[in-house]
Design a protein around this ligand. Structure first.
Ligand code: FMN
Length: 209
């Protein structure tokens, strides 16, 4: 791993529990790979372009195997910037609290921007082929409730399955999740204990990834 893109999907900065866990992962990683370049993309501070009629029409042009015309190309400039930045990294860390059983909307918007035909996936005779292969991803999530496999609310976890599916589509299949939960439902002591447990897990993952 040489270049890590840290995608931040919480607005809470220093108050964020998700970032506390991600921080532990990064600290350990920096010890192991001092040369590694870590770039932050804070989706609550920097907003990728929202898709418009023009850019969505451009997506359909690409889906049918045609090229964008010069005007469509111009509109795609900002989208290409985010795709190229994503593809320029060989590893990703996503810091993502659960919001309404899924992901915060700025991360969804980012995904809608970078998941594009001919850039990050393509259709073949054998089905969809992801074009972002051979990359590693770590996703740190925190949740107010408990959605672990043994919990009754497990089926409501639409966050991990969604992220695995959508990044799998573009070829990122080596994904490790660190889910800290429940952080709100059982009080402060449990919250502290779960964060410490997740930080320890994050450090041990950084030692072997
Ligand atoms: C808008 C919003 C929606 C949330 N939805 C859920 C949810 O569906 N399930 C859950 O367990 N926690 C939910 N939470 C709680 C957060 O996942 C939890 O507090 C998390 O640790 C916040 O992460 P942060 O401190 O990094 O921002 C929600 C919080 C917010 C602000």
């Amino acid at each position: 791993m040489e270049k890590l893109l840290h995608i931040i999907a919480t607005p809470r900065g220093g108050q964020s529990r998700t970032l506390k866990v991600s921080q532990a992962f990064q600290e350990e990683l920096k010890t192991r790979f001092p040369e590694m370049k870590i770039t932050e993309l804070n989706l609550f501070e920097e907003t990728p372009p929202e898709l418009t009629l023009k850019t969505v029409n451009g997506k359909y042009v690409l889906l049918t195997g045609k090229d964008l015309n010069p005007e469509q190309k111009r509109d795609w400039g900002k989208i290409e910037k985010y795709i190229n930045n994503f593809l320029a990294h060989d590893a990703y860390l996503i810091s993502c609290p659960m919001w309404n059983f899924s992901i915060p909307y700025p991360l969804k918007n980012y995904i809608d921007v970078i998941v594009q035909p001919r850039y990050t996936f393509r259709y073949t005779d054998k089905g969809i082929e992801g074009l972002a292969k051979g990359k590693k991803m770590v996703v740190v999530t925190t949740r107010g409730g408990d959605y672990s496999p043994q919990s009754p609310a497990h089926a409501y976890d639409l966050q991990e399955p969604y992220l695995r599916t959508v990044f799998g589509l573009i070829g990122v299949t080596d994904i490790t999740f660190i889910n800290a939960q429940p952080l709100d439902a059982l009080g402060e002591d449990v919250c502290r204990e779960k964060i410490q447990k997740a930080q320890a897990l994050a450090k041990s993952l950084a030692q072997k990834i």
